[in-house]
Design a protein around this ligand. Structure first.
Ligand SMILES: O=C(O)C1=C[C@@H](OP(=O)(O)O)[C@@H](O)[C@H](O)C1
Ligand SMILES: C=C(OP(=O)(O)O)C(=O)O
Length: 427
C-alpha cells in the first residue's frame, strides 16, 4: 500500500536551527576520485543516502575497497575489473560518473537502474566515450541499460561533447580523465546547465592535484596521478532549501548550521534567491539565518545554473503575492521525473495557475486548497509538498519515502523543525 504523509500545517512563524548531512554531489565526487587515486583516502562525514550508497556499491563492484568505520568512509583503490553489474537506482551521478571509471576496468560492466533511470538522457556521454576509443553496447538507445567493455586503459584525447541535457556528462568525463593515457581535451558542442556543478568538479580535481585548465570551449585535463587525500564533506545546501523556505512561508526564522564560507554548491545561491523573495538573509556565528517577512514576493529568475533548487522555489512561488516566472530549466524534464510537468500538476492541485514554457514555468498563485500530491518518486517533489503544506492546510504527499535518495530522515527532520527539535549529525 502506498504510504500517505499528511504534511504539518503551521499558522505561526517557525523558529528553528537545523544541521544537515553531507552534500550528495561532493560525496559522489569524493568517492570517484578516491577510487581512482594513488593511495587510500578518507571521506569524513559522507552523505549516507540512496544515491551515495549506490555510488559506493558500484565502485566496490568494480574492485574498489570502501570500508565504513561508522563515521567515515575509507577508500582503497584496487585493480578495476569486470564483469560487474552497477545499479544506478535513480542517481544521475552514478549513471554519468561511473561509465568513465568502468572504461578503465578490465572486463564488461553493465549499468542499469530504476525504470525512470532508463529514460534519463545519456547519449552525450556514451558518444563521448566511444570517441575516446571505448566500446559500449547500448542497443542504440543512448540510455541505460548499457555495457561498457573496458580493456583496462582509455586512450583519451580531444572530444566534442553534447552536455546540453545534463552537466553530469562533463563532470563524469573530467573526473576520470587524468587516468586516460592522453587525458582529455573536452569541447562543448552546445549549451551546459548547472555550471556550478562543473566548477565543483574542477575544484575537487585540483584539490586532488590534477591539472585542469579552462579552454575557450571547455576544459583540458592532463594525464597524471590523482592524489589521495582526506576530505570533510560540506553540508548539502540544496537540501537546505525546504528548511530555509519554511522561514519564508511562515514569516519565521530558520538557521542552517555550518554554512560554508566558500563553496561551489549551487545552494549557495539560495541567499540571493530567497532575498529576492523578501527574506532577510544573514550569516551568524551559527550559520546562515533566513527570516521571512510579512509577504512572499514573486520570483523572476533564470535557474539554468541552479536547476535542482527549482521544486522548492516553485512551491514558494505558489505562495507568493504575485506571478513568478522561472526559466532556463528545460533540462529538468530529464530529472528524477519531468519536473516541469510534475510541478504544474502539484501547484495546480493546490490552487495556483501554472503555464509550462518550453524552458520553464509561469506560476500565478490562486485560492489555496487542500490536495493529495504525488511524489513522482522524486525527493525534491516531497520537499516541495512539505513547503506547500506548511502554508496550506490539508496537503498530503503520497510515497514520501522518495526522500531516501538524498535525505532519508527528511520527514522526521521536518516534523522536528516544527516542534523546535534540532536534528544533528554526529560530529
Ligand atoms: O553533478 C552533480 O552532482 C549534479 C548536477 C546537476 O545535474 P544536471 O546538470 O543534470 O541538472 C544537478 O541537478 C544534480 O542534482 C547534481
Ligand atoms: C537532479 C537531481 O539528481 P541526479 O543527481 O539524480 O540528477 C537532484 O538531486 O535534484
Amino acid at each position: 500500500m502506498t504510504e500517505i504523509w499528511t504534511t504539518p500545517h503551521r499558522s505561526t512563524p517557525v523558529d528553528a536551527v537545523v544541521r544537515l548531512p553531507g552534500s550528495k554531489s561532493i560525496t559522489a565526487r569524493a568517492l570517484v576520485l578516491a577510487a581512482l587515486a594513488d593511495g587510500p583516502s578518507r571521506i569524513v562525514r559522507p552523505l549516507r543516502a540512496r544515491d551515495t550508497d549506490l555510488m559506493a556499491a558500484g565502485l566496490r563492484a568494480l574492485g574498489v575497497g570502501i570500508e565504513d568505520d561508522g563515521a567515515d568512509w575509507l577508500v582503497t583503490p584496487g585493480r578495476l575489473r569486470g564483469p560487474a553489474q552497477v545499479d544506478a537506482g535513480l542517481a544521475g551521478t552514478v549513471l554519468r560518473f561511473l561509465p568513465p571509471v568502468a572504461a578503465l576496468a578490465h572486463g564488461p560492466v553493465t549499468v542499469d537502474g530504476d525504470p525512470r533511470l532508463r529514460e534519463r538522457p545519456n547519449a552525450g556521454l556514451l558518444a563521448a566515450l566511444r570517441a575516446l576509443g571505448v566500446e559500449i553496447e547500448d542497443g542504440g538507445r543512448g540510455r541505460a541499460p548499457f555495457t561498457v567493455h573496458g580493456t583496462g586503459a582509455v586512450v583519451g584525447g580531444a572530444i566534442s561533447v553534447d552536455a546540453s541535457e545534463t552537466s553530469q556528462i562533463v563532470s563524469g568525463l573530467l573526473l576520470a580523465a587524468a587516468r586516460f593515457e592522453q587525458g582529455v581535451d573536452l569541447a562543448l558542442a552546445g549549451g551546459l546547465p548547472s555550471m556550478p556543478h562543473v566548477e565543483m568538479t574542477v575544484t575537487t580535481l585540483r584539490e586532488h592535484g590534477v591539472d585542469v585548465v579552462a579552454t575557450p570551449r571547455g576544459w583540458r585535463v592532463s594525464p597524471g596521478p590523482i592524489a589521495a587525500l582526506e576530505r570533510v564533506i560540506e553540508p548539502d545546501l540544496s537540501n537546505a532549501a525546504p528548511f530555509l523556505a519554511a522561514a519564508l512561508v511562515t514569516g519565521g526564522r530558520v538557521t542552517v548550521r555550518d554554512w560554508p564560507e566558500v563553496t561551489t554548491q549551487p545552494g549557495a545561491q539560495l541567499d540571493r534567491l530567497l532575498a529576492e523573495m523578501g527574506a532577510t538573509v544573514e550569516r551568524t556565528d551559527d550559520g546562515l539565518r533566513v527570516t521571512g517577512g510579512a509577504v512572499v514576493r514573486p520570483l523572476v529568475a533564470d535557474l539554468h545554473e541552479v536547476g535542482e533548487l527549482t521544486p522548492v522555489l516553485a512551491a514558494v512561488c505558489a505562495l507568493a503575492d504575485g506571478t513568478s516566472r522561472l526559466t532556463g530549466i528545460g533540462h529538468l524534464r530529464g530529472h528524477e521525473t519531468d519536473r516541469l510537468q510534475a510541478l504544474d500538476e502539484v501547484l495546480s492541485a493546490v490552487g495556483a495557475r501554472v503555464e509550462q514554457l518550453p524552458d520553464g514555468l509561469v506560476i500565478e498563485p490562486g485560492p489555496r486548497r487542500p490536495a493529495r500530491l504525488d511524489s513522482y518518486a522524486d525527493h525534491r517533489m516531497v520537499h516541495a509538498g512539505a513547503v506547500l503544506g506548511l502554508a496550506i492546510e490539508g496537503v498530503e504527499v503520497s510515497d514520501p519515502g522518495a526522500v531516501s535518495k538524498t535525505l532519508p530522515d527528511f520527514v522526521e527532520r521536518w516534523n522536528g523543525l516544527l516542534v523546535g527539535v534540532e536534528h544533528g549529525v554526529a560530529r
